[in-house]
Design a protein around this ligand. Structure first.
Ligand code: SOE
Length: 409
């Protein structure tokens, strides 16, 4: 179903998108694709052409919810239909490489959820495929959606404009608590074969990318510790997004105890790092910070000022201008909702604020505009690969008892 553009006209040639995966990320991406052309000038509409997923009934329900005409049981069918411009990969990580490389080789643009891959080897192959494709005008983006939070895009602008001076410290945390209960079931995000890693890849990847995005610096070495606090969990009977239910084996209702399985990923990670700009950095990612729901926090301290951000107050940025007289300086709260702030003028009057889903709307809007202009979108697979190198070094360091692992970008 073609979606109207901001000027109310139906474009003759909408951007035709297929989504692979229909759970939490698939849903928020579908919502984003549907909303983006209504608020941003993409030069054309967007047509959600097809969805692909394992469970045909669930995929059909998803398709009906978003007005998507076709359900393909096998994502490979998307490659040969000839009516798809972008494949949007919202699957668990173990499927990213195969789908992304096949799509790019077939001449179809790709948006791929983060982390880019489950292994460095996969990420390298994906980056090579994206370079091959770019030479033919076919592009790939990795879904580090938080880059499109207005306050974080504004933070980057302040750093780029020199308002922080020389960066000395980066302090990044991503704190959630959705698996703190030991009876929470063994969902795919807790299975290394599907997810690659745990809090590290799921949450750590975001804050590594954000540290790079906001400061423009790369990590040059890491020393890390990880922990898995709950090693055995009940098997799920159903799951959707971050919620799930556990129960008896449906095949054996006589079973006295729920069947359990082993958690094969980290529950939490902490690591220190140095950057190529001479800063010291600390990172922490956990799903066990009770009371913290989506506390993605970033602090940056520079010689001329400091920034503080917390996604649980995502419309605000704290800024201390250290060049002011001491009597006048101090952190002040900037409400990042003025028309001059990134993305803000597309939405509501100042102070009315945005939410989690808007970051995804901004992501697909930027992608659509870049594709229309023939530009490579950011972050590309090269960014995903850089983050993957850090994830791999963090795992290697933790395995070696917090050994220092240098990184060569
Ligand atoms: C789960 O921890 C999760 O959904 C992540 O996978 C997303 O990337 C993040 O945006 C919210 O939390």
């Amino acid at each position: 179903m073609p979606v109207p553009t901001t000027d109310g006209h139906r474009s003759e040639q909408p951007l035709r998108v297929a989504i692979v995966g229909y759970s939490f990320m698939g849903t928020i991406h579908a919502q984003a694709w549907t909303t983006a052309p209504r608020f941003f000038d993409l030069g054309r509409g967007v047509d959600l052409v097809a969805v692909s997923g394992r469970d045909a009934d669930a995929a059909r329900t998803f398709a009906d919810r978003f007005g998507i005409a076709d359900v393909e049981a096998d994502w490979r069918a998307l490659l040969t239909r000839g009516d798809i411009d972008v494949i949007d990969i919202c699957t668990p990580g173990h499927l990213h490489a195969e789908i992304a490389i096949a799509a790019l080789d077939a001449g179809i643009h790709v948006l791929c959820e983060k982390p880019l891959a489950n292994t460095l080897e996969e990420a390298e192959r994906m980056d090579a495929a994206s370079e091959r494709a770019a030479a033919r005008g076919v592009h790939a983006m990795v879904g580090f959606s938080y880059r499109r939070t207005p306050a974080l895009a504004f933070a980057r602008r302040l750093v780029t404009d020199g308002r922080l001076g020389t960066i000395r410290h980066i302090r990044a945390q991503y704190l959630q608590d959705w698996i703190a209960d030991p009876t929470f079931p063994l969902v795919w995000r807790l299975d290394a074969d599907q997810a690659g890693s745990g809090a590290l890849g799921d949450l750590g990847a975001h804050i590594i990318d954000l540290a790079r995005f906001v400061t423009g610096q790369e990590l040059t070495g890491v020393s890390a510790l990880t922990s898995t606090f709950v090693t055995e969990r009940p098997l799920p009977t159903s799951s959707s997004g971050l919620s799930a239910t556990a129960g008896d084996d449906p095949e054996d209702r006589e079973a006295a105890e729920p069947l359990t399985g082993r958690v094969t990923v980290d529950d939490a990670v902490v690591f220190i790092a140095r950057t190529d700009g001479g800063a010291l950095a600390t990172f922490e990612a956990t799903r066990f910070a009770t009371g913290r729901k989506n506390a993605m926090r970033l602090e940056v301290d520079g010689s001329d000022g400091s920034l503080v951000f917390d996604f649980e107050r995502m419309n605000e940025l704290q800024f201390h201008d250290h060049t002011l007289p001491a009597e006048e300086a101090g952190f002040r709260r900037i409400l990042v909702t003025e028309p001059g702030h990134p993305y803000a003028d597309a939405w509501w009057p100042a102070g009315h604020g945005l939410g989690y889903e808007h970051t995804f709307v901004h992501e697909v809007a930027d992608l659509a505009r870049d594709l229309a202009a023939g530009r490579a979108p950011e972050p590309g697979f090269a960014d995903g690969l850089r983050v993957q190198r850090v994830l791999t070094a963090v795992s290697a360091s933790a395995d070696a008892g917090a050994a220092w692992i240098p990184l060569d970008h």
